[in-house]
Design a protein around this ligand. Structure first.
Ligand code: DSN
Length: 413
């Protein structure tokens, strides 16, 4: 149908499908969703408005949508073991914005990990609303080890008495000590929010400790390691309700009518499908394989002399400091893309270079693990990455090898 009606868009989708099929998608925040997820996402559920929540909507004709949203919420509650869930955030940034709105007033002090240290824009970085509307205090990692500086978090929390502390990252390859962070937040009476966008699939699959017992609120996107459609979720824990019995209501009101209008019900249906998939034994195995693959890739890269921030990885991602390789992040990103390896340039902690021309690259294993690749394949990929970076003339040859290699690992159908 699309081909007939709009051949330009159909053609672009076909070209992108071919690109994905013949390349290694290794941006750690990306994945290949299942056909079932995409079927729900592409359904006629996109056609209706559903402002409000199940049982209390502002539009008619929503009886099936109420059942659907309840199902989605129940699946998330069960999977992550939380007491209250909101599945309406359009994505991670709106989810985080709503959390601020739920528990802070403009001008309050908040804390988060600085973006160049591996944090996220919405955790208080200076160009983001989270630093414009709140007094943002930023923490980071140790320069020497690349590990989260818990002493700094504690000192800054004691000195600044934030209303809320965000913990979570986009470029941190290690496990978070949620218990220690929980103690720090409690000692100053702050709300502790775990943004598990990157690691949600690992947490769901038991491959990363869950923050739930130690934090008040959890936010996540649904399209990274969780392997769903683009979307966001906010969760309230038992600890959150113990601190603030109104917290669930505050979160819901912050999303609607506070921050968003009509929820994207086709997206919520697809999130429900992904949550069902994520509660299977096969997904547990997948989550563990993501980590095994990342560790194998890290080992391979280290053998070629790559300098990994923090020395390795405990999760799905690897951050490489390229300064000993005589190449910048952007150049490495472009060469690897030409060869069929999609990674992204990324600042490294204490990067002397500017954010648009950083000294590092970031890569991860969620998508290639979905395609069925294992540790032995990571060894090959490390070899190709090394070959391209140390000898740019090899790009064309490597491109052909990767195309052939990808034939063994079809995308989900
Ligand atoms: N854009 C995401 C990432 O790539 O990590 C963070 O939201």
């Amino acid at each position: 149908m699309l081909k007939k009606q709009d051949h330009q868009i159909a053609k672009l989708i076909d070209l992108e499908a071919e690109r994905q099929k013949t390349s290694l998608e290794m941006i750690p925040s990306e994945n290949h969703s299942s056909l079932a997820v995409r079927e729900a996402l592409g359904s006629l559920l996109t056609d209706k408005y559903a402002e409000g929540y199940p049982g209390k909507r502002y539009y008619a004709g929503l009886k099936y949508y109420d059942i659907l949203e309840d199902l989605c919420r129940d699946r998330a509650k069960k999977l992550f073991k939380v007491l209250h869930v909101n599945v309406q955030p359009y994505s991670g940034s709106p989810a985080n914005a709503a959390v601020y709105m739920a528990v802070c007033e403009p001008g309050d002090t908040i804390m988060g990990m600085a973006l160049p240290m591996g944090g996220h824009l919405t955790h208080g970085w200076k160009v983001n609303f989270s630093a414009k509307f709140f007094k943002s205090v930023q923490y980071g990692v140790y320069e020497k080890t690349g590990l989260l500086n818990y002493e700094e978090v504690e000192k800054l929390a004691k000195d600044n008495k934030p209303k809320l502390i965000f913990v979570g990252a986009t470029a941190y390859p290690r496990i978070f000590d949620w218990k220690r962070l929980g103690k720090i937040a409690d000692s100053v009476g702050a709300y502790l929010v775990a943004d598990i966008a990157h690691i949600a699939g690992l947490v769901a699959g038991g491959a990363h400790p869950s923050p739930v017992p130690f934090v008040h609120i959890v936010t996540t996107t649904t399209h990274k390691t969780l392997r769903g459609p683009r979307g966001g979720i906010i969760m309230v824990t038992q600890k959150g309700l113990d601190k603030d019995s109104e917290l669930a209501k505050k979160v819901d009101r912050a999303i609607f009518p506070g921050f968003q209008g009509g929820p994207h019900m086709h997206q919520i249906a697809a999130i429900a499908v992904c949550l069902k998939e994520a509660s299977t034994p096969a997904f547990k195995k997948y989550a563990k394989q993501i980590v095994k693959n990342a560790k194998a890739l890290a080992k391979g890269l280290k053998e070629y002399g790559f300098n990994l921030v923090s020395g390795g990885t405990d999760n799905h991602l690897i951050l490489i400091d390229l300064r000993n390789k005589n190449i910048g992040g952007p150049e490495a990103q472009n060469l690897l893309e030409e060869a069929g390896i999609t990674i992204n340039k990324n600042s490294i902690p204490y990067d002397p270079a500017p954010p648009f021309k950083p000294s590092g690259i970031r890569m991860g294993t969620p998508a290639i693990t979905t395609r069925g690749m294992k540790e032995k394949d990571m060894k090959k990929i490390a070899g190709w990455i090394n070959e391209v970076i140390s000898n740019p003339k090899s790009v064309k040859k490597v491109r052909q090898e990767i195309k052939k290699f990808c034939e063994n690992f079809p995308l989900p159908r």
